[in-house]
Design a protein around this ligand. Structure first.
Ligand code: MTE
Ligand code: HPA
Ligand code: MOS
Length: 762
């Protein structure tokens, strides 16, 4: 197992927040939250709860010494509700006791009286009431209004996609230990240590240098801890600060599902115009994003929906409108793909709709419209080094798509109660934070006198293997054995002003910073070696596998010898480097620019088998041609693709969030919210790397179109292959029930599939 955490994880030795050896006097916290979705707090009385066994304190809005505000992009979210509550789960107070169960028990003794108001749960209803997080966002290319008249076909429809709960294995939590002079040491399971630091400082009216945030690793984040780890750390810090005692808060699984944000549900309208040949001439789409009760990351997520609203296709006339609708549900947040999947699902639905009406294969429309080199996206960026067509063609050839389709057709003729369905899902995913300033990172590298090396970066390890990658990069550049290198925790006192580990940019941004820091050290070491060897030009020195070479001739010096010499010569063995992505910008007034440093491409073919008596299904295979660039850690990259595909299929199939009309989440346990299990994963996942053109990268024009060591970002793009599952299954349903009126409404749970199989079909 090559991921450095694997063995520790399997043995249960990895340290997560709940495993930290806490001081003996540590107190435990429980969050008291609103049980209604919308209304006023008329009365609240903590006196009985305060008398409850073991209770040491209860803190609410009035106890906050600084600002009661945790909003990142927009300051619209309080840490604790003041007079109004806006969703079920809206935190009201934190109870601190000697034991966790005592704190939980005390929460039941809080006396609270609400005045209930009717909640708005549906984004379209919110839009009707002008309840928006931000003004509408419109991305536009060409002119759709003038194009409809040139279209031979025009189709319109509605698409819904459900939310998605992250189900990271480690629930949200934090431990805060107060030290002298107001200093707080914070252990938080966050993708965004600096946001936690900044927000705690804001809540407590402290300067940021009084808050140190340390992150060893997360038991999964998937976007759920980009913004939403902050609140729990702030509450814990408030209690620790007030009581001058260590405090620990871990959400139990059910509370975590109930009161933390998820992927945004969307409802969308599309209008697509094509000519007889299947060329898409115009596309209009309006996205109703269900943002929940506060902004959180919704505006940035909505942007990414717009960026990816035409997925892998060039459409000359596009008008995409994004509405971020404020409702009385938990504030929705980042989740792998960051709004991209919601945008891509709509265009794929529109194409599926058109193909079915025009009676031609979906693949024919897909292929006629794939992005070419130098094609323009609706946001003004042009494709460069574009592999959309290449990946599509290669997947067709490598996996013999024609034969696969014939086999499915034949199977469906021969079988009545079992049907198969096939779909092709191309992806073109933009890499960079679309919020340009976030595209920065730094690395701090220390070499100790025994030759051991400590690497710190802004990157947070959350299972995606970024630490293994940082280790490999440092080992490659310094040409030392990986065993010399320790990748340290992410710590705001060592690496400052960090961007979240998100947008699939963790390896790219921090990897480049590690390369730069290593090169700074290498230059110093080469100078030391040159002096030692009597070589006039340090540029003639090279390090290879821990040995020193002079003009490519081996010498007796080793890496460790040079380190010791450097120390005695009083040469610094520490280097810090900063990296920011070149040549990206985006103008949010015109919605034009060059927001992405490059795109990741790929094409998946997905096949499902459907039991038409029960509505249950299996994924037979997912076959992918994926653009890794030059993968320098194949095992991790393959794992990322596999995991993302399964997570994507889960979003499209069994993972269904259901709220009742009061805004209460009914699917708040793993018995009712079904994540893919061992039976639901594809029987076969076949991943072929897209062969890539190294020569081209030597060309100056393309040199910024790639990540460190010529790799490409891997974390999110493969998630969207899972969208193909929806269409594969829909095709299978349609082959059993030709009278089915096609609907684009994910997820396709077995009960929904069963209804569709027999709709108009008796
Ligand atoms: N893989 C694992 N095992 N656990 C995670 O939490 N998060 C995903 C992806 N892969 C995640 C994961 C998300 S949402 C992102 S943005 C990237 O990893 C972040 O890491 P990277 O930028 O280092 O790829
Ligand atoms: N992805 C993830 N997180 C972000 C982004 C993005 O594009 N922009 C701002 N935060
Ligand atoms: Mo990933 S959704 O950008 O954390």
């Amino acid at each position: 197992m090559k991921n450095i955490d694997s063995v520790r994880h399997v043995r249960g030795e990895s340290i997560f927040i709940d495993d930290i050896k806490i001081p003996q006097n540590t107190l435990f916290a429980y969050v008291f939250y609103s049980s209604i979705a919308n209304g006023k707090i008329l009365e609240i009385d903590f006196s009985e709860a305060l008398k409850s066994k073991g209770v040491k304190g209860i803190f609410s809005a009035k106890d906050i010494p600084g600002e009661n505000q945790i909003g990142g992009i927009i300051s619209d979210e309080n840490l604790f509700a003041e007079n109004e509550v806006h969703f079920i789960g809206h935190p009201i107070a934190i109870i601190v006791a000697e034991k966790y169960l005592q704190a939980k028990e005390a929460s039941k003794k809080i006396h609270i009286v609400y005045e209930k108001q009717k909640p708005i749960l549906d984004p379209r209803e919110a839009a009707k009431n002008d309840s928006f997080i931000i003004p509408p966002r419109v991305f536009q290319l060409g002119n759709t209004d003038e194009t409809w008249q040139n279209c031979d076909y025009i189709f319109e429809g509605k698409v819904d996609s459900g939310g998605q709960e992250h189900i990271y294995l480690e629930t949200q939590g934090a431990v805060v230990i107060p030290f002298e002079d107001d200093l707080l040491k914070v252990y938080s399971a966050t993708q965004n240590p600096t946001a936690v630091q900044r927000t705690i400082a804001r809540i407590l009216a402290l300067p940021m240098n009084k808050v140190e945030v340390n992150v060893q690793r997360l038991g999964g984040g998937f976007g759920g801890k980009e913004d939403q780890a902050t609140a729990w750390a702030c509450m814990t810090a408030l209690a620790a600060y007030k009581l001058k005692t260590p405090v620990k808060l871990i959400l139990n699984r059910q509370d975590d599902i109930r009161i933390t944000g998820k992927r945004h549900p969307y409802s969308s309208d599309y209008k697509i115009g094509l000519n007889k040949e299947g060329k898409i001439l115009a596309y209009e789409v309006t996205f109703y994003q269900n943002a929940g009760a506060a902004a959180d990351l919704s505006p940035a997520i909505l942007d990414r929906t717009l960026f990816h609203c035409t997925n892998s296709y060039f459409i000359p006339n596009v008008k995409a409108t994004g509405l971020s609708c404020k409702t009385n549900l938990v504030p929705f947040t980042a989740f792998r793909g960051f709004g991209g999947p919601q945008g891509m699902f709509v265009i794929e639905s529109a194409i599926h709709h058109a193909a079915n009406e025009m009676n031609i294969p979906v693949t024919e429309i897909q292929k006629k419209n794939l992005l070419n080199e130098n094609d323009e996206f609706s946001y003004g960026q042009k494709t460069k080094n574009c592999f959309t067509i290449k990946s599509y063609k290669l997947s067709e050839e490598k996996f013999d798509l024609k034969k696969l389709q014939e086999e499915v057709d034949e199977f469906n003729i021969k079988n009545f109660l079992v049907k198969k369905g096939l779909a092709v899902m191309p992806i073109t995913f933009g890499i960079s934070f679309t919020t340009t300033f976030l595209n920065q990172a730094s690395a701090l590298i220390h070499i100790y006198t025994d030759g051991s090396i400590n690497v710190s970066t802004a990157a947070v390890e959350m299972g995606q293997g970024v630490n293994a990658k940082m280790k490999r990069i440092a080992a490659k550049i310094l040409s030392v054995d990986e065993s010399r290198i320790n990748v340290d925790s992410t710590n705001t006192s060592r690496v400052v002003n960090t961007s979240p580990t998100a947008a699939s940019k963790g390896t790219d941004l921090n990897g480049f910073a590690v390369i730069d820091a290593c090169n700074i050290l290498l230059e110093r070491l080469k100078k030391v070696a040159a002096e030692e060897l009597g070589e006039d030009d340090w540029r003639n020195i090279t390090f290879k596998n821990e040995k020193v070479f002079d003009e490519n001739e081996p010498t007796t010096l080793t890496f460790v010898d040079v380190i010791k010499k450097a120390y005695f010569n009083r040469i610094s063995l520490t280097a810090q480097a900063f990296h920011s992505t070149p040549n990206i910008y985006f103008d949010t007034k015109t919605n034009k620019g060059n927001p992405f440093s490059y795109h990741v491409y790929g094409t998946a073919i997905i096949q499902v088998t459907l039991d038409c008596l029960r509505g249950t299904y299996e994924t037979d295979f997912v076959k992918v041609v994926h653009d890794f660039g030059e993968s320098f850690h194949r095992q991790i990259d393959i794992g990322q693709v596999e995991g993302a595909i399964v997570q994507g299929i889960g979003w499209m199939s069994s993972e269904e969030l259901i709220w009742n009309e009061d805004g209460k989440l009914l699917t708040d346990a793993l018995s009712t919210y079904k994540v893919p299990d061992i039976h639901a994963i594809p029987k076969e996942i076949n991943i072929e790397p897209l062969p890539y053109d190294k020569e081209k990268l030597l060309n100056d024009e393309f040199k910024d179109q790639i990540g460190p060591l010529n790799s490409k970002a891997i974390g999110e793009p493969p998630f969207m292959y899972g969208i193909g599952f929806y269409f594969a299954l829909l095709n299978a349903i349609k082959s059993f029930n030709p009278k089915l009126k096609l609907k684009y409404n994910s997820p396709l749970t077995p009960e929904k599939v069963l209804m569709m199989l027999y709709e108009n079909n008796f």
